[in-house]
Write a protein that binds this ligand. Structure first.
Ligand code: SF4
Length: 364
């Protein structure tokens, strides 16, 4: 029987009942998602564990990074080998943590992970919270992450809503309004709450997310393989490609950045980043236009960060260029462990330089 308590608070109650009208339809929907996941769900390293710490690590890693990236470079496996539990992470140095996170970006996620581990060690002697509210009080853990850890680790009932679930729900309910408005967010959480089962929550939550990730994709979804097609409003109305709708895209701002490769005696000069978010990370020294006017331009590397599209130009600093002021330090030039934690674009620039160094020498 469909769980309907609380429906009176839903601003768009009729929309829910239009999809789940007859008794048992909610159960049919849940069972279809669970069965599909059991049959088709992908194997990921974080799905082979019920350790809440490991699940929290994977969730924070996946917050702004694609699954393929996390898997290809074994970020999750390497992190778990280096910091196998909350105790190991709680006592690690910030530099070690940033180095292990290098390449994933949004480094506050790594700092929050450590703060969360420290709180779990201090308050729970290493045991994770037993309630959603306490879980949400951990640094960096919002409603989605708390629900994910709770349901994936303990298989206990907790609704979750992420970008994939929003896409599925927008189409399932034929929601034609913008999904990036607070009112839509509230509705999505309400629908998630009404649809999340009491049992097999791990499989249901994993399934509804994976459905959005693999079948109910942006653009043209694969409705022919969808286990919940019979419920889908967008499919029956032929508007799947028009949903979900968004109010507006974030405006991208273009920026220019010039950096210098200062190399001497097999060492490279790096500069420590400033600002709370970038603290502990290093970069190639920024150079001014007038300073680099006569320097050799080596290559350009575009990159994106938050709402900026940056065109980074990498110059070779001449051997006699002036000493840098500020927090700089010489490091052995390599692409590996001898370097401190570096922001991705700067690490890529160093690797690219190492790659073309011999050609550059020959052409001089
Ligand atoms: Fe998404 Fe198509 Fe399934 Fe509807 S039928 S939920 S649009 S994949």
């Amino acid at each position: 029987m469909a769980k309907k308590e609380g429906l009176g608070e839903v601003s768009d109650q009729s929309r829910f009942e239009k999809v789940f009208s007859d008794s048992g339809s909610v159960d049919r929907f849940r069972n279809a998602v669970i069965a599909w996941f059991k049959e088709e769900g992908r194997e990921y390293p974080w799905r082979n564990t019920t350790d809440p710490y490991a699940i929290l690590v994977s969730e924070l890693m996946l917050q702004q990074t694609r699954i393929a990236t996390v898997l290809e470079r074994d970020y999750f496996g390497r992190w778990m080998r280096r910091f196998p539990d909350v105790h190991a992470l709680a006592r690690a140095k910030e530099e070690e943590i940033l180095k292990a996170w290098e390449g994933l970006g949004y480094y506050n996620r790594a700092r929050n992970l450590q703060k969360a581990a420290q709180k779990v060690v201090e308050k729970g002697k290493g045991d994770f919270p037993d309630s959603i509210e306490e879980m949400e009080s951990l640094p960096g853990v919002g409603r989605y992450t708390a629900g994910a850890v709770f349901s994936f680790a303990y298989d206990r009932r907790a609704p979750i809503v992420d970008g994939n679930v929003i896409r599925v729900f927008a189409r399932l309910f034929g929601y034609e309004e913008a999904v990036d408005l607070p009112v839509a967010g509230k509705l999505m959480w309400k629908w998630a709450d009404l649809l999340t089962p009491e049992a097999h929550v791990r499989a249901y939550n994993s399934g509804i997310m994976e459905l959005g990730q693999r079948l109910c994709v942006r653009g043209t979804p694969e409705c022919s393989a969808c286990p919940v097609q019979e419920f889908c409003q967008a499919h029956s109305r032929g508007i799947t490609e028009q949903l979900p709708r968004k109010k507006g895209k974030v405006k991208v701002t273009l920026k220019q950045e010039s950096v210098g490769l200062f190399i001497k005696n097999g060492e490279i000069l790096l500069e420590e980043e400033s600002g709370a978010r970038r603290k502990g990370l290093w970069k190639l020294p920024v150079v001014t236009k007038s300073e680099s006017e006569d320097w050799e331009e080596l290559f350009r590397l575009p990159y994106a960060i938050t709402r900026y599209r940056v065109e980074m130009t990498v110059f070779r600093a001449p051997p006699n260029s002036r000493e840098r002021e500020g927090c700089t330090k010489w490091y052995p030039l390599s692409g590996g462990e001898s370097l401190p934690p570096l922001g991705s674009p700067y690490r890529k620039a160093i690797l690219k330089y190492l790659d073309i160094r011999d050609d550059l020498m020959m052409n001089r």
